[in-house]
Write a protein that binds this ligand. Structure first.
Ligand code: PGA
Length: 251
């Protein structure tokens, strides 16, 4: 059975003190985690070591929101996947639409990051998803296909089987507009089918595909009930312990 995952992307929010308090609230809450459910926290880089000390137990782990596409060298301001694995940040979000849009990260760069993350034993969550124009022109299937083909489908079976996919329609991120459960399930099933075509049934069945985009305590249950939706990548609602815990408990 594939893993169910609820991941909280804190983005560029919280001071260290606020972040530690948020992590403590989550750790001390009465979350009822089934052994098949994992919770992942993605705080800013500056908080990682402190929050890793609090987590990385009871199926709750901490990872990074990004990493460099290089391992070391003269790349001022960058954080290497080697540095992340060295501090036990064993997950990384790659290709979030904000990184694609504001920092010009292309599918090629993202593939480099994914390969280096895997070489350093870090599990990438690879984000894909169309913007509003692409959805309205009915081009969303093509966009997602291209992001998969250029971003991860060149990986061999063994490497691909280690990654997590997050489908995040850009028009739903931070907007309060959520994809309907039907819209989300439709494209998740499409993604799963592309994985069957590129790899095989077994790998496809084992790949966790998360939904992201205005997921909240009110809509999580209905979204997660779909057979190809294996959890969520949560932004805004991950910053409030109560909301995040309710989303986790939606399973
Ligand atoms: P949101 O963000 O939940 O605030 O829409 C999701 C994301 O960006 O991963």
């Amino acid at each position: 059975m594939r893993k169910k995952i609820v991941a909280g992307n804190w983005k560029m929010n919280t001071t260290i003190t606020e972040g530690i308090n948020l992590a403590k609230e989550i750790m001390s809450s009465s979350i009822n985690l089934d052994s098949n459910v994992k919770v992942l926290l993605f705080p800013p880089f500056t908080h990682l070591s402190k929050i890793i000390e609090l987590t990385n137990k009871n199926n709750i782990f901490t990872g990074a929101q990004n990493c460099a596409n290089k391992v070391k060298g003269a790349f001022t301001g960058e954080i290497s996947p080697l540095m992340l694995s060295d501090m036990n940040a064993n997950y990384v979000i790659i290709g979030h639409s904000e990184r694609r849009a504001y920092y010009n990260e292309t599918n090629d760069i993202l593939l480099e990051k994914i390969k280096l993350a895997l070489e350093n034993n870090i599990t990438p969550i690879y984000c894909i998803g169309e913007n509003l124009d692409q959805r309205e022109s009915n081009n969303h299937f093509n966009i997602v296909k291209e992001q998969l083909e250029k971003g991860v489908f060149s990986l061999n079976k063994n490497d691909f089987s280690k990654i997590i996919i997050a489908y995040e329609p850009v028009w739903a991120i931070g907007t309060g507009v959520t994809a309907s459960p039907e819209q989300a399930q439709e494209i998740h099933a499409y993604i799963r089918n592309l994985i069957v075509e590129r790899y095989n049934n077994d790998i496809s069945n084992k790949t966790s595909i998360l939904y992201g985009g205005s997921c909240n305590p009110t809509n999580a249950k209905e979204l997660f009930a779909n057979k190809d939706i294996d959890g969520g990548l949560i932004g805004g609602a991950a910053l409030k312990a109560d909301d995040f815990i309710k989303i986790i408990n939606s399973f």
